[in-house]
Design a protein around this ligand. Sequence first.
Ligand code: PEP
Length: 254
Amino acid sequence: MNEGRKPYIAGNWKMNLDRAKALDLIKTIKGRLGDGNDREVAVFCPSVYLADVSAVAQGSPLGVGAQNLWFERDGAYTGELSSAMLREVGADRVLIGHSERRHVLLEPDDWMARKMRAALDGSLLPILCVGEKLEERKGNRTERVLKRQLEAGFSDIQAEEIRRVTIAYEPVWAIGTGETATPLQVGEVHKFIRRWVASRLGAEAGEAIRVLYGGSVNPGNVKALMSVPDVDGVLVGGASLKPDTFLPLIEFDR
Ligand code: PEP
């Protein structure tokens, strides 16, 4: 963690919960949120619940985001949602390139720049998710894979936009598996990502960008992960679905 970068705790609900459970959870989180001065908290909920969830969150510093978007403004894209549509139902941010979109839905790298552009042009704050698969880590290809994903995602981003952009490092082998990357592994990769941003957009951008870690984060490991120097927050899947596992994450002790 770094004093100049506000810690960011984000929950990714994926395709979980129903409307009643989503509303219960957001009410509970809202009730326990501080003034938002020392940490940023957001949930990324299923798009069909965005209007209801964001209505509950309104008036609090809680961010509410979508889990994906399509990069065109409108047109014949059956099943897709534009940034304007997501804004209209209350989203203020969006996940781009989550590992499940890349590896289950087979989204290619070259969509990421267009999605990042569509998010920023549509006043949504993007989190670009990057991460290597197990065989890529074992084959010493982690940095090569991350560089490719970062180059694709940032190809249309300018230095002055960097404070609106967040990166989440999520090793694919640690997502939903209960296996967490060690603080040493996380520290190495986060340093690599920050250096890459500095080389691409300048030292100031490298210092300003927030880099989150995601992959089986839970109340038992959050403190160790958050104390890694280049970790500015966490992106949490499974543990974000219940108050007894998510509240300790948003209330982690600095
Ligand atoms: C995620 O969905 O981004 C994630 C990291 O999931 P989990 O915390 O369940 O590993």
